[in-house]
Design a protein around this ligand. Structure first.
Ligand SMILES: Nc1ncnc2c1ncn2[C@@H]1O[C@H](COP(=O)(O)OP(=O)(O)OP(=O)(O)O)[C@@H](O)[C@H]1O
Ligand SMILES: NC(=O)c1ccc[n+]([C@@H]2O[C@H](COP(=O)(O)O)[C@@H](O)[C@H]2O)c1
Ligand SMILES: [Zn+2]
Length: 274
């Protein structure tokens, strides 16, 4: 029987998934093994949330295709799922808001919100909202915890000026927690050590070493596709077929958003074209 102190965890990965690669799927397996090895957690679900088209990243193809590919890639998994909510929003959604949305979904199910006082609960959450230190929203013993899953490049992007709001970083690492998979070229331990915020919340950041280093990146996959090279075994076969059937990833698609400023920079600096 499972010990009383084992916390259920849902892992949420946000990103372009342009296209989804085997490494994106591996991230979930690595994170689950790492968390469960501690004896403190049981990972019950993984959610992939592709970013909306409003993110305006160069070469980002339409969300409907990226979603369809994630759906095909996760067909064989009994625990990794895809969620379209983020892609359905009219504008780019900050990651902290995406995390909040998914936490609310879990919270609603677990608290069976239909049966309780719907005025009381938002109030309770607001009281807890401004104090992340040593705390979390997981007050109930058996409550499921939501953690953001990312590669070390995303963690290090917290340090890029005007890309992330300080309060969003505080909320993600202080309130929810982060699982970070190492990527060559990044040193998450050093980065955490050098950041006062991340150091403060270091107990909520789980750094997972990938010993079988695997440098698949979606950028390299798109490059190979543009050059007519095979990408088989880098992506699930179903995704390779989908790309071929729909003629995705050309020199032309790589120029999408080439003159547009990435949505977070637009939002935080007011700039709209480069
Ligand atoms: N090889 C990898 N090792 C660790 N994390 C990875 C790896 N590839 C992707 N990730 C992580 O997966 C998430 C989604 O990433 P994203 O969609 O940007 O893929 P990517 O391969 O980094 O694509 P791109 O090259 O277009 O930036 C991010 O958190 C990213 O850090
Ligand atoms: N301020 C923010 O919330 C913020 C800033 C930059 C990227 N992100 C997210 O991080 C992910 C990064 O994806 P890419 O590595 O493909 O750019 C996306 O899901 C994006 O929405 C969030
Ligand atoms: Zn990336």
């Amino acid at each position: 029987m499972e010990g009383q102190d084992v916390t259920k965890v849902v892992l949420l990965a946000c990103g372009s998934f342009n296209p989804i690669t085997n490494m994106h799927l591996r991230m979930f397996e690595l994170a689950r093994d790492h968390l469960e090895d501690t004896g403190q957690y049981r990972v019950v679900k993984g959610i992939i949330s592709p970013v909306g088209d409003g993110y305006k990243k160069k070469g980002l193809i339409e969300a409907c295709h990226r979603l369809a590919m994630v759906r095909l890639a996760t067909e064989d998994s009994d625990w990794i799922t895809v969620d379209a909510w983020e892609t359905l929003q009219p504008e780019w959604v900050e990651t902290a808001k995406v995390v909040r949305h998914h936490f609310d979904e879990i919270f609603t199910v677990e608290e069976n919100i239909d049966d309780v006082d719907t005025v009381k609960y938002p109030k309770k959450r607001r009281i807890e909202e401004n104090n992340f230190e040593g705390s979390s929203v997981y007050k109930r013993r058996d409550a499921t915890q939501l953690m953001l899953l990312c590669g070390a490049d995303v963690l290090e992007s917290f340090g890029i000026p005007n890309l992330w709001k300080q309060e969003d970083i505080d909320e993600i690492v202080g309130r929810y927690g982060l699982v970070c998979i190492t990527r060559s070229g990044n040193d998450p331990h050093k980065f955490i050590h050098q950041s006062d915020t991340l150091w403060k919340y270091r107990k909520n950041i789980h750094v997972v070493p990938e010993w079988v280093t695997n440098e698949i990146s979606a950028t390299q996959v798109r490059r190979a596709l543009r050059r007519g090279r095979s990408v088989r075994y880098l992506l699930p076969d179903r995704v390779v077929h989908y790309i071929q059937e729909n003629g995705l990833y050309s020199a032309e698609s790589e120029q999408k958003n080439a003159d547009v400023v990435l949505a977070p920079f637009q939002r935080y600096t007011g700039a709209s074209s480069s």
